[in-house]
Design a protein around this ligand. Structure first.
Ligand SMILES: Nc1ncnc2c1ncn2[C@@H]1O[C@H](COP(=O)(O)OP(=O)(O)O)[C@@H](O)[C@H]1O
Ligand SMILES: O=P(O)(O)O[C@H]1O[C@H](CO)[C@@H](O[C@H]2O[C@H](CO)[C@@H](O)[C@H](O)[C@H]2O)[C@H](O)[C@H]1O
Length: 520
């Protein structure tokens, strides 16, 4: 076929004139889109600091279509390969392509991933009405009245006022003031096979008649088909021992929940009180009562998970966590002998308590990562508890395992220590008073007859010992967390580790009598 020349010099016409503009689907498929995402990922709070963004690959894409302003929304699932210090993971990245010349929908350019060579903008879907509207249209809605009214509203689902929260988050929270009278969409970033506890637990608690969580209105799920040649090389989101992925798996990807009105993040609130030298005892006492009610409701909602605690199993699990923390942190490694001695001491105390007919309280479903940042304070509604996903650094299988409620109590107690340090309380009495008040609220509710459902509560002395062990366990987790995420803060949990270890009774001698002085 003869070549078409456009002038006497015989030059070819510019290629751009000869080819039709790519469709938005073709544009999204072009390699520069994935390259732009790879360049943008490392600064996301939810992207693991030790992972290599240049090695990220696309596992699956769901097309959500083009809206009436020409913006094309997709949801990408990306595989982040593991490294020597992190496991492979699957990340959810909703994207919106705004072709050049179409209106920019996000405010102040927030959420822009990149402006591509042809002038098209690539935007993080969480910031864009095209993705959020498509999400709301496709979600599964609960049958509760507010959700039903929102879904069926004559004007459609109104995403005006959409605003992405800033702050240190593992996921992305999108405020939707006009949906269902005010709601919050959480876009889950790290995906792991199975049901997400942050959706199923609040749903079960609401069904059990407890109103201490924001009510889930709607949720989304996805099914993933792995490339058969790579099955077995991936793993779930946060496992430290890379569990192979099945060829097909499904998971929750987002949840829309009731907005807690005028909510203040509990940690920020406590830091403000500490900064201003104001006692935090009253809010802490109310929070203690709320956590006790949460434990009571969790027992009702997950009754089949309640069973007798085996102290040996609990201590073995703690020992394993110590090993894993020591593997990740030199600060923990250098203290490992003292920690082992502490746990051995605890083992003796626990065995003796059981021998004397003072068993541990039963294990049950708990929150698993309770701290002040997981509690919202609303002047109208009081405390509301969030985020039932467990500790993000733990393997998923461990995160929802039945455990002692004391783990949550210890988590909250650690948080008063953080608030005191970060807020700059001038006296250690600030945290001590908050801790005392929280425990008063907690134990006060649990001593109400019938609050626990069965069994007598453990003695105060046993509880104090259990609490020390859980505080140590949490502080060791925090040392690893801070080393990875906020090295400047590591002295906060390390101080707590040394405090608990320093309180260990002197080594037993033959003159010692009784269980408290025993060493194995
Ligand atoms: N239902 C809600 N109402 C008001 N604010 C909320 C609600 N849910 C979450 N938030 C805000 O979003 C922040 C992060 O929520 P969270 O569930 O803890 O997310 P992550 O899993 O990313 O840690 C909270 O600290 C709170 O400020
Ligand atoms: O909220 P997440 O599920 O992402 O929890 C992780 O991050 C928390 C910090 O954002 C971390 O909590 C630690 O810091 C808090 C102050 O920022 C403090 O109140 C907590 O007591 C302390 O544990 C949490 O441990 C981690 O899992």
């Amino acid at each position: 076929m003869a070549a078409v020349h456009d002038d006497e010099d015989g030059r070819f016409p510019p290629m751009a004139d000869a080819r039709p503009a790519p469709t938005t689907t073709e544009r999204l498929d072009a390699p520069d889109v994935l390259d732009a995402v790879r360049a943008w990922l490392p600064d996301r709070r939810w992207f693991p600091t030790t992972a290599d963004a240049t090695a990220v690959s696309l596992v699956a894409r769901t097309d959500l279509g083009v809206d009436d302003r020409g913006a094309h929304a997709v949801v990408d699932l990306l595989r982040v390969p593991g490294t020597s210090s992190s496991s492979p993971m699957t990340l959810q990245v909703p994207l919106v392509l705004e072709p050049a010349g179409t209106p920019q929908a996000t405010v102040d350019g927030r959420g822009v991933v990149a402006v591509l060579d042809d002038g098209a903008r690539l935007v993080d879907g969480a910031y864009h009405p095209a993705f959020v509207t498509a999400w709301l249209e496709r979600a599964s809605w609960s049958g509760c009245p507010a959700a039903t009214a929102a879904r069926d509203s004559a004007g459609g689902l109104d995403v005006r006022g959409l605003h992405v929260l800033t702050g240190e988050q593992s996921n992305t929270s999108v405020l939707l003031p006009a949906v269902a009278g005010g709601s919050m969409l959480k876009v889950i970033r790290a995906l792991a096979p199975g049901q997400n506890p942050d959706i199923v637990v609040p749903l079960a608690l609401v069904q059990a008649g407890w109103a201490g969580v924001p009510e889930p209105y709607a949720w989304s799920e996805t099914a993933v088909e792995e490339d058969p040649t790579s099955v077995g090389t991936g793993s779930d989101a946060s496992t430290s021992t890379a569990a192979p992925l099945p060829q097909r798996w499904s998971t929750h990807t987002g949840v829309l929940a009731e907005l807690v009105p005028q909510a203040r993040d509990g940690f920020e609130l406590a830091c403000d009180f500490a900064r201003e030298g104001q006692p935090f005892a009253n809010p802490a006492r109310e929070l203690g009562t709320q956590v006790a009610q949460m434990h009571s409701a969790l027992r009702r909602a997950f009754a089949s998970e309640v069973h007798e605690a085996d102290p040996a199993w609990l201590l073995d699990a703690m020992q394993r966590r110590v090993r894993s923390a020591a593997g990740a942190s030199s600060a923990v490694r250098s203290r490992v002998d003292q920690i082992d001695a502490f746990l051995e001491h605890m083992r003796g105390v626990a065995e003796e308590a059981v021998r004397q007919g003072r068993p541990l309280p039963p294990v049950q479903r708990i929150h698993g990562d309770l701290h002040l940042g997981q509690a919202l304070y609303s002047p109208q509604k009081g405390w509301r508890i969030l985020d039932f996903e467990g500790e993000p650094l733990r393997p998923l299988t461990e995160r929802t395992r039945p455990d002692l409620g004391e783990r949550d109590v210890a988590g909250m107690l650690r948080s008063f220590d953080y608030a005191s340090a970060v807020g700059g309380a001038t006296s250690s009495e600030w945290a001590r008073a908050a801790r005392r008040a929280f425990l008063e609220g907690y134990t006060g509710y649990l001593s109400v007859p019938g609050a626990l459902g069965f069994g007598r509560p453990p003695s105060l002395a046993d509880r104090v010992l259990i609490r020390d062990a859980f505080e140590l366990d949490k502080a060791l987790y925090e040392v690893v967390y801070e080393e990875r995420n906020r090295p400047d803060w590591i002295s906060i949990p390390l101080g707590a580790v040394d405090r608990v270890l320093g309180a260990l009774p002197r080594p037993a001698t033959s003159a010692d009598a009784g269980p408290a002085g025993r060493r194995a």
